[in-house]
Write a protein that binds this ligand. Structure first.
Ligand code: BES
Ligand code: MN
Ligand code: MN
Length: 462
C-alpha cells in the first residue's frame, strides 16, 4: 500500500500529462467527421497498454469502430479480471458554453476539487476513468505486485449505444473469458464518501416525426383551419405524463419490480442534501413522480424525457409559418425487469393511437439497453469495498445509478460474469455537458484503489 501510494505520487505529473494528451484527440463517435481521431485514439490506447506492460495487445476490427484488446496472463490457475472502458466521447456542443476549448485540456481548481480538475470532453466519461486502469496496471507491473491475470477491452462506440459489441462478445467468448468484469464509468457520492454502483437503468430511445399538411403554410392564411404538427406533437408529448407524473403508456409499469420498504429505507440512508442539490442546479424545487424521493426518481424508477424537439422556423427574427413536420427525440430510462424492445413497442403503439387523424406519425427506434442490478454478497463487491475502505478510510455505500451502460447486461448474458462498477466520478463533473471535468484527486485515488481491488479479489477467490 505504502509503495503504491508513493509510486503514484512520484509519477503524478506524468500520469496527468499522459491523460491530457489523450484528451486532446477529439474521439467523437457520433460524428463521422471525427473518424480519423477516433481511430487515432484507438492507436494511442494500444500504445499505452503496450507501454504499461501487456504481453499482448491488438486492435480488433468490428463492423464499426475497433475494440482495443490487451492482456497480461501470468498463470492460468489465477483469476482473470476483464477491464472494460470506452475511448470515445460525446460531441462537445454547445461549444459556445465551454469556458475553455473542449479538446484543449486545462487544469483548474474549484471548490469541489481543491487539488484541481482537468477540464476537457471525456475527462471523466470515460477517458480519465478508463486510463486509471492502464496506469494502475503500470503500477502493479512496475512494483511487481500484479496478483492475477488481466484483460482490457476498450471500445470506441459506447456513446452511440455500442452497436458492435454484441457481435464482438459473441465471436470472442473465449478471448474475453474472465472471473469478474471491472468498469470505472460511473460515479460515487462524494470525495469523502465512496459508493459502488449496484444498478444501472436500461434505455429505449425513439425519434418521432409528425406530419400535417404536405407543405409549410402561411400561418395567417391557413392558421386556425389546419392542424399544426408542432401544436399536435407538443400536446401528444404532454399527455405522456399524468398529473402525478406517472407515465401514461398502457403497460409501461407492468414489469417494474417495486423496491421493498426495507430497500427504500436503506437507500434513504445515503448522504444527500436536497438544498445542495437544488442550489447546484439553480432550481426552485425538484420535480418528478409523486410518492418517490429524488434519489428514487433518478435510480429505481423509469422515466420518459424529450431530449430534443424541433420543427418550423428557428432562425433569426420571426417568420409566419405553419410547418409541415415536427420532430422529437425521446428517451425512456428503464428499471428491472422492463425490456427495452417491449417498451419501444408499447411506445410505438400508444403514440400511433393517440395521434389525431389530422396528422400522420412515424416512430423510429434508436438504440436500447437492458437495465441491471447486482447483489452485494459476492466477492467482487466485497473486494471493491475493501479496496475503497483502505484508500478512503470509510466503507463504500451501494447505490443504484440512473445512467445506462447497456453492455453490462449483455456481459452477464453472454459471458455469465458479474460486473463491478467502481466509479470515481462525481455527478457535478458535468459529463455530456459543457465544461466536463475530472478531479485530480479522483484520478489519483482511482489509480491507488484499483490495484487493491485486484489484490483482494485474488485473495478472496482462493
Ligand atoms: N458513463 C456513462 C453512463 C453513466 C454515467 C452511468 C454516470 C452511471 C453514472 C455512459 O458513457 C453513458 O453516457 N451512457 C449513455 C447510454 C448510451 C447507450 C448512449 C447514457 O446513460 O445516456
Ligand atoms: Mn461512459
Ligand atoms: Mn457517456
Amino acid at each position: 500500500m505504502a509503495s503504491i501510494n508513493s509510486y503514484v505520487h512520484e509519477n503524478k505529473q506524468r500520469f496527468i500529462d499522459e491523460l491530457i494528451s489523450l484528451l486532446k484527440i477529439p474521439s467523437i463517435s457520433a460524428d463521422k467527421a471525427y473518424k480519423k481521431d477516433v481511430l487515432k485514439t484507438a492507436d494511442a490506447i494500444k500504445d499505452a497498454l503496450k507501454q504499461a506492460g501487456c504481453n499482448s495487445v491488438e486492435i480488433c476490427e468490428t463492423p464499426g469502430y475497433p475494440i482495443v484488446f490487451g492482456e497480461h496472463i501470468i498463470d492460468e490457475h489465477l483469476p482473470t479480471v476483464l477491464v472494460y472502458g470506452h475511448y470515445d466521447v460525446q460531441p462537445a456542443d454547445p461549444i459556445e458554453l465551454w469556458d475553455s476549448p473542449p479538446f484543449e485540456p486545462i487544469v483548474k481548481k474549484t471548490e469541489t476539487h481543491p487539488e484541481g480538475a482537468i477540464y476537457a470532453r471525456g475527462a471523466c466519461d470515460d477517458k480519465g476513468q478508463m486510463y486509471m486502469h492502464i496506469k494502475a496496471f503500470e503500477v502493479m507491473m512496475e512494483l511487481d505486485i500484479l496478483p492475477c491475470n488481466i484483460k482490457f477491452m476498450i471500445e470506441g462506440e459506447e456513446e452511440i449505444g455500442s452497436p458492435s459489441l454484441e457481435w464482438f462478445v459473441q465471436r470472442y467468448q473465449e478471448k474475453l473469458s474472465n472471473d469478474v468484469i471491472l468498469i470505472s464509468d460511473t460515479g460515487m457520492i462524494s470525495n469523502s464518501q465512496p459508493s459502488i454502483t449496484t444498478g444501472l437503468r436500461g434505455l429505449s430511445y425513439v425519434e418521432v416525426e409528425v406530419t400535417g399538411p404536405n407543405r409549410d403554410l402561411h400561418s395567417g392564411l391557413y392558421g386556425g383551419a389546419v392542424a399544426n404538427p408542432i401544436n399536435i406533437l407538443t400536446k401528444m408529448i404532454a399527455s405522456l405524463h399524468d398529473e402525478n407524473n406517472h407515465i401514461t403508456i398502457p403497460g409501461f409499469y407492468d414489469k417494474v419490480i417495486e423496491a421493498s420498504d426495507e430497500e427504500r429505507q436503506e437507500m434513504a440512508k445515503a448522504p444527500f442534501s436536497l438544498d445542495a442539490y437544488k442550489s447546484a442546479l439553480n432550481i426552485e424545487d425538484v420535480y418528478g413522480e409523486k410518492g418517490f424521493s429524488t434519489n428514487e426518481r433518478n435510480s429505481i424508477r423509469p422515466t420518459l424525457d424529450v431530449n430534443g424537439i424541433w420543427g418550423g422556423y428557428i432562425g433569426e427574427g420571426a417568420k409566419t409559418v405553419i410547418a409541415s413536420k415536427a420532430y422529437a427525440k425521446i428517451s425512456m430510462r428503464l428499471v428491472p425487469d422492463q425490456d427495452p424492445d417491449e417498451i419501444t413497442e408499447l411506445f410505438v403503439n400508444h403514440f400511433e393511437k393517440i395521434a389525431p387523424n389530422v396528422v400522420s406519425v412515424k416512430v423510429s427506434p434508436h438504440h436500447g439497453g437492458h437495465p441491471y442490478v447486482t447483489p452485494i454478497d459476492n466477492i467482487g463487491y466485497k473486494a471493491a469495498n475493501k479496496a475503497y475502505s483502505e484508500t478512503f478510510g470509510v466503507s463504500a455505500i451501494p447505490q443504484r445509478s440512473g445512467g445506462s451502460i447497456p453492455i453490462v447486461a449483455l456481459f452477464e448474458k453472454e459471458l455469465k460474469s458479474k460486473t463491478i462498477l467502481m466509479g470515481f466520478g462525481l455527478d457535478s463533473d458535468a459529463i455530456h455537458s459543457p465544461n466536463e471535468h475530472y478531479g485530480i484527486f479522483n484520478y489519483l485515488k482511482g489509480i491507488e484503489t484499483i490495484p487493491l481491488f485486484h489484490k483482494y479479489f485474488t485473495e478472496m477467490s482462493s
